[in-house]
Write a protein that binds this ligand. Structure first.
Ligand SMILES: [Zn+2]
Length: 193
């Protein structure tokens, strides 16, 4: 159940979808963002630190994007320096919408609470019955949380593809260098015989 620690179970009622899944999607693009967000909500989005914990010593948990720290959930969502430029404006939007819904909340949150809220903002309610305006504001918070996770996910994939292309080119360069050397060695040894 550790993987579900960011899911707000208080908001789950038997026989009813999670409240965030009841919010209407504003576009088909937003619906696609939901698919990525569901992976975070269900704890099935795999980062380098998860891969390392599954594979013990054979996988390095370091973030493959910035190489500065283990790629944990909080690093990926809040701290990775390589994605900071695209993250900043979206975090500002999330903060703005949360402050409209519940003033003085976002700045009082610690890292864990921020990560939890971005993954499942349904806990942002001071009473169980929200007014229409509050529902709309919660919807705006959720919109920007989906936007953040989807944008980070896309950016991570883009960087990983670039890194893979560079790695493949380096591997094939080393391979052709090695075969050139062995060809030269065999020519030299044939000449000596
Ligand atoms: Zn990083």
């Amino acid at each position: 159940m550790k993987s579900l620690k960011n899911l707000n179970f208080k908001a789950v009622t038997p026989g009813k979808p999670h409240p965030l899944l009841q919010l209407p999607s504003s576009s088909s693009y937003d619906a696609n963002r939901l698919l990525v967000k569901l992976k975070f909500m269900s704890g099935t989005y795999i980062l380098q630190s998860n891969r390392a914990s599954f594979n013990q010593n054979s996988v390095d948990p370091t973030c493959p994007l910035c190489n500065e720290a283990p790629e944990t959930l909080s690093h990926f969502i809040l701290n990775c320096s390589l994605t900071s430029e695209i993250r900043k404006p979206i975090i500002a939007d999330i903060r703005f919408e949360i402050e409209r819904l519940m003033p003085n909340t976002w700045d009082s949150f610690n890292t864990e609470e921020k990560v939890h809220t971005i993954i499942d903002c349904s806990g942002l309610r001071h009473r169980s019955k929200l007014t229409k305006t509050e529902i709309l504001r919660l919807q705006s918070v959720e919109f920007h949380c989906r936007r953040l996770l989807f944008t980070l996910h896309t950016e991570r994939n883009r960087h990983l593809q670039i890194i893979n292309v560079i790695k493949n080119k380096a591997t094939s360069a080393v391979h052709s260098y090695k075969s050139n050397i062995s060809r030269k060695v065999s020519t030299v040894s044939q000449t000596l015989h």
